[in-house]
Design a protein around this ligand. Structure first.
Ligand code: 4AD
Ligand code: MG
Length: 465
């Protein structure tokens, strides 16, 4: 048994009276005396296949055909009088029940459930239209991302998940250890990491960037696409402790090439998903976010606004003067908060905004210092509804300046010796960025909470399933 006959394909069939077999789960049942309507869904599309089952009066086998039950149905495809183009005609003898679902206890009833409730039943929520539509879009978007880079000759580099360096220098790493927590070996009061599995302190990676830089400065344009981990306590609708990130790294590329690549990647993926997931998008446009399709269309068509951090601060100060209230202060030197980012993209520019030239104090050590010695060649892309979706920069390729930045920030230069060496031997201008995959899925689906666009969210105090 191997089911290739997905409902998505069945619904496009043209031949009438064709015998087919369908496998799936019953969504609804409407009984009358000698025939019963079943709506079958197999997870391949939002639309159910309507099945009309002939039977004799009071056939006891009907009792088990409830919402949630899994079945195989053999029948013939016929044109339908209803909403769908086709329906399946069969008799009760051709319905095979694999597994019942007791109507009194099955957690997914016919009614609409809240997304909060669905999070509690993560093992069953992919059987809902919303979560399945989001996950089909997620699958397509991953494929589109690989297509984008592969078609441009980028190499996919698998960077490690266990790492000894903190790329962002923000100290938000999950430690990886096999040392017994109840009896940690110490040496002069300090943990003796030489006894640990790797013989040194290691963590789950926060970013594959530094390792991607190694490959980009040898093979040219590369990218990584994998899980990253941040022990952030921020309990927001845009932060996960485990999220997926796409990180291209381009040799012989400056900040302008970086911005161009990021903008065309976003547009490419949106367009691809619009072309290939049209039914899922129109479902989400109807039930989740009425402005979704128009917004995606607009993002594809318009060039993104490009401004400097200094301009962003000026615009926000103007907004404050005109009466807009923010929770966090706006001041040159402060990081932009998501309320500021969203105001810029949603209210001022009304399109995605690429911000460059951030103060060096609020950005990571590896970003290339501008001639003013105050700002760095960073770029963040802000999008409506979310704020920051991409963070990237041109990298500091000058050995002495990089060393100075590492020391200024109190990082241990020994930890970055190999990173510094890339600047000692055949250094090249290079640049890259990180696109948060789940934030991209929020943009693509109109969903509000990042917990609903990843199959199994890991957040502060939560790692169910
Ligand atoms: O801005 P970030 O921290 O940049 C980096 O990690 C760089 N090393 C990337 C690079 O240049 N190669 O993160 C990049 C993106 C953010 O813009 C955001 O979309 C996403 O990753 N992100 C998160 N997504 C979900 N949950 C979190 N906790 C996230 N932190 C960052
Ligand atoms: Mg960032």
């Amino acid at each position: 048994m191997y089911n290739q006959n997905r409902i998505k394909n069945i619904l496009t069939m043209t031949a009438e009276h064709q015998k087919i077999t369908v496998y799936g789960w019953i969504r609804t049942k409407r009984e009358s005396k000698t025939f019963t309507f079943l709506e079958i869904n197999d997870g391949s599309c939002v639309t159910n296949l309507q099945v009309i089952v002939d039977h004799s009066e009071n056939d006891t086998r009907l009792r088990a055909l409830n919402t949630g039950a899994s079945v195989q149905i053999d029948g013939t495809i016929e044109p339908s009088q209803g909403k769908q183009p086709l329906e399946l005609h069969t008799t009760i003898d051709s319905v095979t029940l694999f597994g019942e679902a007791d109507g009194a206890t099955y957690p997914l009833q016919k009614k609409r459930h809240s997304l909060e409730y669905l999070r509690e039943i993560g093992h069953l929520r992919p059987r809902t239209n919303t979560i399945a539509a989001v996950m089909r879009i997620r699958s397509r978007a991953s494929f589109a991302i690989h297509n984008f880079f592969q078609s441009k000759g980028f190499y996919y580099i698998h960077t490690p998940l266990i790492s000894a360096s903190d790329c962002e220098g923000a100290g938000q790493m999950f430690q990886v250890t096999t040392l017994p927590l109840e009896k940690v070996p110490t040496e002069n009061g300090e943990v003796d990491y030489s006894k640990d599995f790797f013989g040194k302190k290691t963590s789950l990676t926060v970013s594959g960037q530094l390792e991607a830089e190694i490959y980009a400065t040898a093979m040219g344009n590369c990218y990584t696409f994998g899980p990253t981990f941040r022990a952030e306590h921020s309990n927001t609708t845009r932060h996960l402790a485990e999220f997926w990130m796409i990180e291209p790294e381009m040799a012989f590329c400056d900040i302008d090439g970086d911005m161009d690549t990021a903008e065309s990647l976003l547009k490419y993926v949106i367009k691809d998903v619009m072309d290939n997931c049209a039914d899922d998008l129109s479902f989400l446009n109807q039930w989740i976010d009425k402005g979704l399709l128009a917004r995606l269309q607009q993002i594809c068509e318009q060039p993104f606004a490009r401004i400097t951090y200094t301009q962003a601060i000026e615009e926000l100060e103007k907004a404050i003067k005109s009466g807009v209230k923010f929770e966090f202060p706006v001041k040159w030197g402060n990081d932009l908060q998501s309320e500021h980012e969203r105001y810029l993209t949603e209210n001022i520019y009304k399109c995605p905004v690429t911000v460059t030239g951030y103060p060096k104090e609020i950005k990571a050590f590896y970003m290339k210092l501008n001639d003013d010695k105050k700002t760095v060649r960073a770029m963040d892309i802000l999008v409506p509804g979310i704020g920051e979706i991409i963070g990237g920069s041109e990298r500091e390729e000058n050995y002495n300046i990089l060393l100075q930045r590492i020391n200024e920030l109190g990082l241990d230069e020994k930890d970055y010796s190999w990173y510094l060496e890339l600047r000692k031997f055949g250094t090249v201008p290079h640049a890259g960025f990180g696109l948060g995959f789940e934030r991209l899925i929020l943009l693509l689906t109109g969903m509000q909470n990042i917990r609903d666009v990843i199959p199994f969210p890991r957040t502060f105090k939560n790692a169910e399933f």
